[in-house]
Design a protein around this ligand. Structure first.
Ligand code: SDX
Length: 432
């Protein structure tokens, strides 16, 4: 970022303050308020951070008005079409697309970290069988701090690198085993001869009783879903990871915090909530009823999979996801899937409705992903774990960028206090 000749002038009680304005490579300039409190004795106030840049980052750029998403300058559309998830992991981590040799080395490193410490199987078995897979993921990812002590020292670049590779490599195994545990089937171990997405599908759907062949088209669709969810600027779960990391907590604990935040239905839990909503709508003729509810101020119901804090146009990931949904359902011979029909008609009806147009509510990344995942055979409870698996590279890349920044400080927001002013204690027998 660069200082600009522009100054922001703030006038308070006749006193004026000049605030520096910093300019980015792309996107809005920012007013640097780091010295504001020291100069004015005042805080800024921005619950939900709708107008706040919490950091500088070179990983991902989003233009909500134009529906643009870049990872290190490459559009999500090109990456989804021409690249693959592990190559995007390399790009996010190291800033450039890898050479063939670099990619081969990276792929081999990740492959060799896919197994979990055998004692972790016991950790899984401590959960009830009906535990939500996200509850298991939060627990198991946090517990990695207890199994991989040799990669928890954040001041050792080598340990940071190993922790990064372990997290990217082991999340598919953790997610797949959380699923297997919930359906009472034995864990399937990763295989080093399979690519990342094929390995995950096999760990989820293979059983020891027979061979399992991964469909290359489903593996490609799975890989594309991973890519579309890889990183997304300073969203709620990434901001959680950054805030946790700013205290110096170990990477496994910080990523577990990100998994916990992603679980919410307003964030990564929306794909599960969206499919449950589509199922509740059930048939195209019930769509008007749900559109009316979404517009009713007295009804807390919202159209899950619609709207976005940043995208006030279309979510470029939803566009790619919609194409993928058509391909996968066509391949599986379920192109007339009633849920997909409801989704397509709901999208059409919502986009034609002035309420949604005025409020700029468009389908987001979660709208179509659930349809593909359901068609692939995943239960809705596995949708957010798959989002968490995919976003791990984004979380850990943002963590890496922050930890390597020598100016990193602990995050400590202030508040607008609205409680009682100072008052004296009243003995119990003197109270009303
Ligand atoms: C993700 O940040 C990211 O990048 C997240 C993510 C990522 O990759 O990390 O992109 C992933 O989380 C995508 C979003 C998934 N969530 C959902 O699909 C849940 C449904 N969407 C909403 O909860 C909502 O749209 C949010 C949370 C996504 C965004 O909310 P905002 O920006 O805080 O907007 P808001 O709640 O202030 O709503 C603005 C207006 C309100 O009406 P008014 O009070 O102005 O009259 O729009 C309405 C809202 O009532 N509104 C909706 C709506 N979303 C907003 N009305 C009906 N249906 C909806 N889905």
């Amino acid at each position: 970022m660069a200082d600009t000749p522009i100054k922001a002038t703030l006038t308070l009680d006749g006193q004026t303050y000049d605030l520096p304005v910093l300019s980015p490579t792309e996107g809005p300039d920012v007013i640097d308020i780091r010295k504001l409190y020291a100069q004015t004795g005042m805080f800024t106030y921005d619950p939900g951070f709708t107008s706040t840049a919490s950091c500088d980052s070179s990983l991902t750029y989003i233009d909500g008005g134009e529906g643009i998403l870049l990872h290190r300058g490459y559009t999500i559309g090109e990456l989804a079409e021409k690249s693959n998830y592990l190559e995007v992991c390399y790009l996010l981590l190291y800033g450039e697309l890898p050479s063939l040799k670099e990619m081969e080395k990276f792929q081999k490193t990740i492959t060799q970290h896919t197994m979990l410490h055998e004692q972790m199987t016991g950790f899984f078995k401590g959960f009830r069988r009906d535990a939500h897979p996200m509850a298991i993921m939060v627990g198991v990812v946090g517990a990695m701090s207890a199994f991989y002590h040799d990669s928890t020292d954040i001041n050792d670049p080598q340990q940071r690198e190993v922790a990064t590779h372990r997290l990217i490599a082991k999340m598919p195994t953790i997610a797949a085993w959380a699923y297997k545990y919930s359906i009472g089937q034995p864990f399937i171990y990763p295989r080093n001869d399979l690519d990342y997405a094929s390995n995950f599908l096999r760990m989820c759907f293979a059983v020891p009783a027979e061979d399992y062949e991964v469909s290359p088209i489903l593996a490609r669709a799975m890989d594309r879903i991973f890519t579309l969810h890889a990183d997304h600027e300073q969203n709620a779960s990434t901001s959680t990871v950054r805030l946790a990391s700013s205290s110096g907590a170990n990477p496994f604990a910080c990523i577990a915090a990100g998994v916990a935040c992603l679980w919410g239905p307003s964030h990564g839990g929306a794909n599960q909530a969206c499919l449950e909503m589509l199922r509740e709508i059930g048939t195209v003729d019930r769509i008007p009823e749900f559109i009316a509810r979404a517009k009713d101020k007295d009804d807390p119901f919202r159209l899950m999979g619609f709207g976005h804090r940043v995208y006030k146009n279309f979510d470029p990931r939803a566009t790619v996801m919609k194409q993928s949904a058509d391909e996968v359902l066509d391949l599986l011979g379920v192109e007339d899937n009633p849920i997909l029909q409801v989704a397509k008609e709901l999208e059409k009806a919502a986009l034609a409705d002035p309420y949604f147009a005025e409020k700029k509510l468009f389908p987001n990344v979660d709208f179509y992903s659930g349809i593909i995942l359901e068609a692939m055979g995943f239960p809705t409870s596995m949708f957010t774990p798959i989002f968490a698996l995919s976003r791990t590279v984004g979380w850990i890349s943002q963590w890496k960028e922050m930890i390597e920044d020598p100016s990193m400080k602990i995050g400590r927001p202030r508040q607008l206090y609205t409680g009682e002013s100072k008052r004296s204690y009243i003995a119990a027998d003197e109270r009303d």
